[in-house]
Design a protein. Structure first.
Lengths: 82, 553
């Protein structure tokens, strides 16, 4: 794999994962919280749940997805440059 | 056994444990002192980072903030956790690959400039001392409340313990004591929270309990709390109170500030590989989330208890803990209408003032839990304060010994002399910490806003551009750091200390959200100024290139 291609791929991962990060933490939890509160998740209004719990759980998942993607990409990169 | 004896036993036992670990993990080389020899496993480093990050304010104040602010308190929870996503993806792995010991070292080397290095040293030291004052104060408060010692004695004892393992052990001692401190503090936080959850919702898992029905199953717990708040004229717990843009700015300032906090970033220099740095950020956030998920739960549970059990009770019948906290001045009852009954409600007829910092510390007593739970909470509060204090001390001492002495003033000193210098700086920093603990600045919240504002607006843009832009030159970075620094400091000083009118807030953004506009300004200045100067030398550009690819190719 070329260095350029590796870097481009990494930036793509970043853009996708960071837009999810922004969506849950800023959009779902703060900006559109009223609209989402019309829905319920168990006893929680949905927007409130995103702000208090949902975002944090998704943050953890996003990091581990990134770890997995990057390890795969690094291995492919190493295999072709050895 | 009474609470005080039990507390003394728990606290002493935890201190002995930290000292044993300090003895076992003494730093033998400068590499041990700065980055724990670079051989910490990602899992252990995740725990250490979680303890490093969760401070006295997290443990003691955050449940109270959420309890009294309701939904709006989420800005602090989002802010305290979301920054780790940025750390994992934008900062930690690259700086690990770069392989230096400190943040000023990265900025100084990347921007081939001792001016940039010195600005970074000033930011790092300022941020760390600000934070250290709060930790020392937290230690003092726990000692005075639970062991009935004076706050001063508490500060000396706490500082003595930190001195032992931070000065002896450096990063190595700090790392392994932080692992132990994480275990103590998470256990101490979960036990009372779980008890409260069972008491109010019959659900042993606090964050599920918050969404569950009340103990008799008649309605959802949250609906009941919202009903209570409304009845007394407060806003509903789940309702938004502040302006949306201000909440966004606060959350983003805290998140970006987290990603620029020196004491957090340096923790990821201690793992062996770049891939370990990524994984370790994931573990750190996982361990933090375990506690953060319980904060809204314990906040809401304790709030419900206050509204139900204290409001409309005759003052003569209040439980003993109420009087204990009255003694500290953190609860005050002023019987306005002279009927001997406590009226707790919104508006001018309210007769009860509760300091939100007592909420979590008082929760075991509120729920009538056994004495050992109270003792455990005291030990947990101390663990949270001491673990953060140690990480901050290391930032201060290495910034001076490495980035000022070794890199600028006396470059010829040997590793051994540098290690000695680091230990002396660390000891001096403990001394300053003691001073701040005993004579705390009366504006802790403002200074913490300042710390995050500076981290977000001065350090984060410089670090980010240093990684993602090969062509970024020193002129751009220095101008951007200064712009961010000057903007945030003057904004906070103007609105908090010079009586600036909140109506004049820029777009309604309060001092706590200053990092967001500060960061945008810093990025703009950096990009514009860099256009007028030449690109960095080829060697620097190669160095940046090298940070982006995995090792061993």
């Amino acid at each position: 794999m070329e260095k350029k291609k590796y870097w481009r791929k990494k930036i793509q991962y970043l853009l996708v994962l960071l837009s999810l990060w922004f969506t849950v933490s800023i959009l779902c939890s703060i900006v559109f919280v009223h609209q989402l509160n019309a829905f319920k998740l168990g006893g929680f209004p949905l927007g409130f749940w995103f702000a208090m719990q949902g975002s944090m759980i998704i943050f953890v998942l996003l990091i581990f997805v990134y770890v997995w993607l990057m390890n795969r990409l690094d291995n492919a990169f190493r295999a072709q440059n050895r | 056994m009474d609470v005080q004896t039990l507390t003394l036993i728990f606290v002493t036992a935890s201190f002995l444990l930290y000292m044993a670990i300090a003895y076992w993990s003494k730093a033998r080389s400068i590499r041990d002192f700065y980055v724990a020899g670079g051989g910490v496993s990602p899992f252990a480093n995740g725990m250490a980072t979680a303890a490093d990050w969760m401070s006295a304010a997290t443990f003691i104040s955050l449940p109270g903030i959420v309890s009294f602010m309701g939904y709006d308190g989420a800005a602090y929870l989002l802010g305290g956790s979301g920054g780790f996503v940025l750390l994992a993806m934008l900062i930690a792995p690259y700086l690990r690959k770069f392989g230096k010991y400190t943040i000023p070292a990265f900025i100084g080397d990347r921007y081939y400039s001792n001016t940039a290095r010195t600005i970074a040293v000033i930011c790092a030291i300022f941020i760390s001392f600000t934070y250290l004052a709060g930790q020392m104060r937290g230690v003092g408060v726990v000692f005075s409340r639970f062991l009935e010692m004076s706050i001063d004695t508490g500060v000396y004892v706490g500082a003595g313990i930190v001195f032992l393992y931070a000065v002896w052990g450096g990063m190595k001692g700090i790392t392994y004591t932080q692992v132990a401190q994480y275990c103590v503090l998470i256990f101490a936080f979960l036990v009372p929270t779980i008890f409260l959850s069972i008491l109010l919702t019959n659900n042993p898992i606090p964050f599920l309990g918050l969404g569950d029905t009340v103990a008799d199953g008649s309605m959802h717990f949250i609906d009941r709390l919202n009903g209570l708040e409304k009845e007394l004229g407060f806003r509903e717990f789940t309702a938004q109170r502040g302006a949306t843009l201000n909440l966004v700015a606060m959350a983003l300032t805290l998140m970006i500030g987290t990603a620029g906090m020196p004491h957090v970033i340096i923790r990821f220099f201690t793992v062996p590989k770049v891939s370990d740095a990524r994984k370790s950020v994931g573990y750190a956030l996982l361990f933090i989330t375990v506690l953060f998920l319980c904060i809204p739960a314990v906040g809401a549970f304790a709030r419900t208890y206050f509204l139900e059990a204290i409001n409309n009770q005759p003052y003569a019948n209040v439980p003993q803990w109420f009087n204990m906290w009255e003694g500290t001045g953190l609860i005050t009852f002023n019987d306005l209408n002279g009927d001997g009954v406590i009226q707790y409600q919104a508006g001018e007829n309210n007769e009860l003032a509760i300091d939100r910092d007592i909420l979590f510390l008082a929760s075991p007593e509120i729920a009538k839990l056994p004495a050992w739970v109270i003792a455990l909470v005291a030990a947990g509060g101390l663990a949270a304060a001491l673990s953060t204090a140690a990480g901050l001390l290391l930032v201060i001492s290495t910034a001076i010994s490495h980035d000022l002495l070794k890199k600028q003033f006396v470059p010829h000193i040997s590793d051994k002399q540098e290690l000695l210098a680091a230990r002396i700086c660390s000891a001096l920093a403990v001394g300053v910490g003691i001073y701040f603990g005993i004579h705390p600045p009366g504006f802790v919240m403002e200074t913490i806003a300042l710390a995050f504002g500076i981290a977000a607006s001065a350090l984060f843009p410089a670090i980010f551009m240093g990684i993602f832009s090969k062509k970024m030159n020193k002129e751009g970075a220095i101008a951007g750091m200064l712009a961010g620094l000057i903007f945030s400091v003057s904004y906070i000083v103007y609105f908090r200390f010079m009586g600036g009118d909140p109506d004049d807030y820029l777009f309604g953004i309060s001092a706590q959200g200053v990092g967001l506009p500060g960061m945008i300004l810093s990025f703009v200045v950096t990009l514009v100024v860099s256009r007028f100067y030449e690109a960095p030398p080829a060697g620097i550009q190669e160095m940046v290139e090298d940070m982006r690819y995995p090792e061993n190719i």
